[in-house]
Design a protein around this ligand. Structure first.
Ligand SMILES: C[S@@+](CC[C@H](N)C(=O)[O-])C[C@H]1O[C@@H](n2cnc3c(N)ncnc32)[C@H](O)[C@@H]1O
Length: 199
C-alpha cells in the first residue's frame, strides 16, 4: 500500500478529534519537549544512525513523558558451514537480486501449494519496487548496540525481550520537571499507538 494511502485509511477509519495522522521522517518531527508519548514500532532497524534517531526521540519527550520502542534484531550469526556460506553469498550478491531470486524460488513452491493466482500475487507483491526499496534499508542493530546507546541516553530504561528471541521492547520515562535526573518508575504500558501533543 502506498504510504499516503495508509494515513488516508487511518484518517478515515480511526478519526478522533484529538489525533492527527501525518507522515514524516522521524528526524523531521519537531517539538522539543512536546510529546507525552512516543511510540516506535519496527522502525529503528531502518535508520542509518541509531544513536541520532534515539537522541532525537529523547528531545521530543515532555517532562514525565514516555518513550516505548519496539523492534527486532537479527539472530546471532553462528559458525556453522551453512551460515558461513550464506554470509559469503550475502557479501558477493547485493540484496535486491537475492530477494528476486528468493521470490522466484517461492513462486515455484507456491504454484504447487497455493495455486497460480495466489502464487503470482505473492510474487508480484514481493518484487514490487517499493517493497524492495524498503527491504534494502534494513540495517538491523544488535542488542548490544541498542543497549550501549540506551545506557547513555535513557538512564533507568526498562528493556524486555518480547514474543520470541528477536523482539525487543524498551520503555523509558523522562524525568518529570520536578524530579530532573530521577526518572519516574515505569508503570503500565499505554495501549494506544498515538503521538499526543501536550500543547
Ligand atoms: C517494518 S515497517 C513498520 C511499520 C509499522 N510501524 C508497523 O509496525 O507495522 C518500517 C516503517 O518504518 C518507516 N521508516 C523507516 N525509516 C524511517 C524514518 N527515518 N523516519 C520515520 N519512519 C521511518 C518506514 O516507512 C516503514 O513504514
Amino acid at each position: 500500500m502506498r504510504r499516503a494511502a495508509i494515513t488516508d485509511l487511518a484518517t478515515t477509519r480511526r478519526s478522533r478529534p484529538n489525533i492527527t495522522y501525518w507522515q514524516a521522517d522521524l528526524h523531521d518531527v519537531a517539538g522539543t519537549g512536546r510529546y507525552d508519548f512516543v511510540l516506535s514500532l519496527l522502525t529503528l532497524h531502518h535508520v542509518p544512525d541509531l544513536h541520532a534517531a534515539l537522541s532525537h526521540i529523547k528531545t521530543l519527550l515532555a517532562p514525565g513523558g514516555r518513550a516505548a520502542l519496539m523492534d527486532i534484531y537479527p539472530p546471532e550469526s553462528g559458525l556453522r558451514p551453512q551460515q558461513a556460506l550464506r554470509r559469503i553469498v550475502h557479501r558477493l550478491v547485493p540484496l535486491k537480486p537475492r530477494l528476486h531470486a528468493l521470490a522466484v524460488q517461492k513462486l515455484s513452491v507456491n504454484l504447487v501449494r497455493r495455486g497460480p493466482a495466489t502464487a503470482w500475487e505473492i510474487y508480484r507483491l514481493s518484487t514490487r519496487r517499493d517493497w524492495l526499496d524498503h527491504r534494502v534499508t534494513d540495517r538491523f542493530f544488535s542488542r548490544d548496540e541498542l543497549e550501549r546507546n540506551c545506557h547513555s541516553l535513557f538512564p533507568g530504561y526498562r528493556f524486555d525481550i518480547l514474543g520470541g528471541p528477536r523482539g525487543i521492547g524498551l520503555v523509558w520515562d523522562a524525568p518529570s520537571s520536578t524530579a530532573a535526573g530521577n526518572p519516574m518508575p515505569v508503570t503500565e504500558m499505554p495501549s494506544a499507538d498515538v503521538q499526543r501533543p501536550t500543547r
